[in-house]
Design a protein around this ligand. Sequence first.
Ligand SMILES: Nc1ncnc2c1ncn2[C@@H]1O[C@H](COP(=O)(O)OP(=O)(O)OP(=O)(O)O)[C@@H](O)[C@H]1O
Ligand code: SF4
Ligand SMILES: [Mg+2]
Length: 357
Amino acid sequence: MAEPILQVRGLVKHYPLTTGILFKKQVGAVKAVDGVDFDLARGETLGIVGESGCGKSTVARLLVNLEKPTAGEIRYKGEDITRLSGRALKAVRRNIQMVFQDPYTSLNPRMTVGDIIGEAYDIHPEVAPRGDRRRRVQELLDVVGLNPEYVNRYPHQFSGGQRQRIGIARGLALRPEIIVADEPVSALDVSVQAQVINLMGRLQDEFGLSYVFIAHDLSIVRHISDRVGVMYLGRIVETGSHTEIYDHPTHPYTQALLSAVPVPDPEAREHRERIILAGDVPSPADIPSGCRFRTRCWKARERCALEVPPLAVPAGFRDATGPVAHDSACHFAETKQVVPPEEDGAEPGREESGRGV
Ligand SMILES: Nc1ncnc2c1ncn2[C@@H]1O[C@H](COP(=O)(O)OP(=O)(O)OP(=O)(O)O)[C@@H](O)[C@H]1O
Ligand code: SF4
Ligand SMILES: [Mg+2]
């Protein structure tokens, strides 16, 4: 296998909890990201999925260097970018861009669309188009399916879906290799979500992009992900290919998340088992011992409180071949089909329609 474009190893971000006003004393830490490992291959989409507060946005901010990790490495083409600074860091940052969740707050309301997209060239003049910058911005608007004539309009003159297209155009302006999209469609209507996801699929093919695509629910990334990592309380608890995760999940948490995925076929829906998780997600400042999922796991036993299950192929599947043999951090991993397999022909990430939606 070719070297991954991004390799994340032991990534940790702890926020200190302090008391006292004049003399601050650390009394604990919010373990937002607590040991995350994954690879991103060139041209692939890795979906990262988990409930609110599990650390997804923190991972995103670390990847694009908006924050420094407490520990761990982020290797871009083999080089640990967490140690870079100055010009070297700036060059890498250009290649890893972010698309934000909320298209309503992430675009400056006082700037025209042309200035919002073109602003990136002020920060990185080395990739600014020679000559007519406005024309380049108009080309980008066209690429994301917006009318190039809208270049002088303001964000409030666009719908949510159109605004997210502007956010994507801004992300593309510097011709990055990797886009980290933090819940890019969560704030949009369901009807618009598919169009934005399809647009991202088309742009990926056109520009050879690699995506880290973050979502809080497995149904959103189903059509765009080549691989998926399921996050719980700051760690990835199961990771595998699209087929491994959707058709052969072995971690109870993934199975519970999948049981909430909408199933269009009424008959399949009727026979599907819903797994309702008991209790709330524990605080990331007080993570349970052993398996961090044990306080909500219906299969938890004594061993689960004593031993941390590693993210690896579980012992019971080590001799197996095929899609059950993938990384799952559970001592008692079992395969279970929760959602019916996809029908043939449901090709992911292709744009159907929708200029300007
Ligand atoms: N700057 C910070 N200081 C202290 N705690 C923080 C900070 N940023 C995030 N956290 C905490 O870290 C945890 C993970 O937050 P994060 O925003 O990464 O989660 P998320 O998975 O993106 O959630 P959501 O789905 O709601 O966007 C949360 O408990 C959050 O309160
Ligand atoms: S290790 Fe135990 S508590 Fe954790 S997911 Fe597996 S069975 Fe549940
Ligand atoms: Mg978030």
